[in-house]
Design a protein around this ligand. Structure first.
Ligand SMILES: [Ca+2]
Ligand SMILES: [Ca+2]
Ligand SMILES: [Ca+2]
Ligand SMILES: [Ca+2]
Ligand SMILES: [Zn+2]
Length: 582
């Protein structure tokens, strides 16, 4: 009897596991929602759900695994009816490389969802889908996103990869993390009432700590973020997760930890990042890269270090078109240069993809806190950190608390509550929660994801589109013809970065003539005088780049009769060819 019961229970468990599995699969509705933040698990489900809903246009692939063995997923979008993915310009979008920068993942998901949802409905979207291939990784730092949302965190914690480091050199690794002492899912601040302390409470709003000025009397101290001394070494929170910064570990201009904090032990010591580098390397058609972060409202181009200067003027021209347009699409955001306008970083992702793969790259720093307000003090802020939460800008903090109270209904700030701390005794815990400060409240998320996805859609509309025209043929002898070919790129993005051409990163674009003997050929300088800059060897193959909004012209002197074929072949732009009879 007992035996039968256990069999029965086993069957029941099996069936319920099956139905639970199904329920999860069905839970993710298409189109996706942007009135919430997807957990890591939900992001994976969303990628799979998009693939299920649009099987003809998408592929869902596992790019690699993280330090904690989580899968890194990519959604690929291509319309096979307009050609193979690898034949089209590739648009790569990734996000959330810093674990705490979660709304970036929503921008990537929205971008995918929006392209697919509007394919065949909106002409502009249909065009960019038909003309390009897309490679979208909504979450790079999968462990970071998982832990940020699951564990107690502040808005700034869990950026790192889960590669343990002994930050305080005591032989123990990540042994003293922050502690969510009151169990509310956030790491907020600890404060204590101490006569003669260097803080006072704001008279208008006692939630705000104000740093006292000379001559003022204080009665509070701030004790840092929630935590205890987990390893009894007399220090609190001194060795938290990591720290290996996933945007300092890439294999271009990498510098060790003593130069670049968070660099890791060697380039690509991070397994997940290495798998992403391999993935991008395999898709040689990728010409533009967007990596979304938070915050500050910026579109940053490289170089990330002064050593990367000067950037080629032709590449800057491409960046300028896209960057200046992004400023219009996302009001308030600024188009800037990483090292000069922000700060220098070594081992940076978009520098790596520019240097190693010849792809233009932008970092999109999402969200401006000054949008969360009634804007009086916010105007002074303009993307800068301003002593926020440390009592140095309390008029601004009052406004943000108004926003918290009247628009977020208290969800962004944890009110101070008494707590008995093992070291500090009677303290209070409270302050801005992890979903504040660096990302929008979900009621504002749809605007953020739409505008920033639109900046990428604009870039996708500007990937090279090269057409060919045989615009003149001249009989110049008994059996000799001069053939004039024009290549026109009708979009802003060059068929190849000037940097890649200069560094001979990969074979340049080629213009080839087949089917007859090419006696001479070269770049056309003047069609009226037939002045040609002849190429000495192998004139039947010309190497070139077709810059944005430009035409280039070539001429071939061909001996013979019959059908010839002229082809333009490019790693990043779509190939074109034409035949003609001589
Ligand atoms: Ca340690
Ligand atoms: Ca807490
Ligand atoms: Ca400690
Ligand atoms: Ca320690
Ligand atoms: Zn970041």
């Amino acid at each position: 009897m007992k035996k039968y019961i256990s069999k029965y229970i086993f069957l029941y468990l099996l069936l319920s596991a099956f139905f639970v599995g199904n329920a999860i699969a069905q839970k993710t509705q298409i189109p996706l929602r942007f009135d919430k933040y997807y957990t890591y698990g939900e992001v994976v489900e969303a990628v799979k759900a998009l693939n299920l809903a649009y099987p003809d246009l998408t592929k869902a692939v596992v790019v690699g695994k993280s330090e904690e063995n989580r899968e890194i997923w990519a959604l690929e979008i291509n319309n096979p009816k307009t050609g193979k993915a690898e034949e089209k310009p590739g648009v790569y979008v990734d996000a959330n490389i810093h674990g705490n920068e979660i709304q970036a993942g929503e921008v990537a998901l929205y971008f995918a969802d929006y392209l697919l949802k509007n394919y065949g409905k909106l002409k502009d979207v249909t065009d960019v889908v038909d003309r390009n291939a897309y490679y979208i990784i909504p979450v790079v730092n999968v462990d970071g996103r998982y832990h940020f949302m699951t564990d107690g965190n502040s808005m700034n914690s869990n950026r790192s990869l889960r590669i343990s480091r002994d930050d305080d050199k005591d032989g123990l690794f990540d042994e003293d993390m922050y502690d969510d002492l009151n169990g509310d899912g956030n790491i907020t601040q600890m404060r204590k009432k101490v006569e003669g302390g260097n803080y006072r409470l704001d008279a208008e709003d006692q939630r705000i700590m104000v740093r006292i000025k000379d001559g003022e009397k204080g009665n509070y101290v701030l004790l840092g973020q929630e935590g205890i001394d987990n390893d009894n070494d007399g220090k609190i929170n001194e060795d938290t997760e990591g720290f290996v910064d996933p945007n300092r570990n890439w294999g271009s201009n990498w510098q060790p930890n003593y130069v670049q904090r968070g660099a890791g032990d060697f380039p690509f010591s991070a397994v997940g990042l290495k798998s992403i580098a391999d993935y991008i390397g395999k898709h040689e058609n990728i010409i533009i890269i967007y990596a979304f972060h938070n915050n500050g409202g910026m579109y940053l181009r490289g170089p990330s270090t002064k050593e990367g200067e000067p950037l080629n003027a032709a590449d800057i021209a491409v960046y300028d078109v896209l960057g200046k347009n992004a400023e219009k699409i996302v009001p308030g955001y600024r188009y800037l240069v990483s090292w000069k306008d922000l700060y220098a970083t070594y081992g940076d992702f978009t520098d790596f993809t520019y240097d190693a793969f010849g792809a233009y790259g932008f970092v999109g720093e999402l969200f401006q806190r000054e949008t969360e307000t009634y804007t009086k003090e916010a105007k002074k802020e303009q993307g800068e950190e301003s002593g926020f939460g440390r009592g140095e800008n309390y008029p601004r903090e009052r406004e943000l608390l108004d926003f918290n109270d009247h628009l977020a209904h208290g969800s962004l700030f944890a009110d101070w509550k008494p707590f008995k701390h093992p070291v500090y005794g009677d303290i209070e815990i409270g302050g801005w929660v992890k979903y504040s400060s660096r990302m929008p409240h979900t009621f504002m998320l749809p605007d953020l994801v739409h505008r920033n996805a639109s900046a990428v859609i604009y870039a996708a509309s500007q990937t090279p589109d090269v057409s060919m025209e045989i615009f003149k043929t001249e009989k110049i002898g008994n059996n000799l013809n001069r053939i004039y070919v024009r290549l026109r790129n009708s979009r802003a993005i060059s068929s190849m970065t000037a940097q890649a051409a200069k560094e001979k990163l990969y074979p340049q674009d080629m213009l080839k003539l087949k089917g007859a003997k090419v006696v001479a050929g070269g770049k056309l300088i003047n069609q009226y005088t037939a002045e040609i800059q002849f190429k000495e060897y192998k004139p039947e193959v010309q190497f070139l780049t077709v810059p944005g909004y430009s035409t280039v012209e070539y001429a071939f002197i061909v001996e013979g009769k019959g059908t010839i074929e002229i082809s333009y072949e490019s790693r990043k732009a779509k190939d074109v060819k034409q035949q003609m009879k001589l």
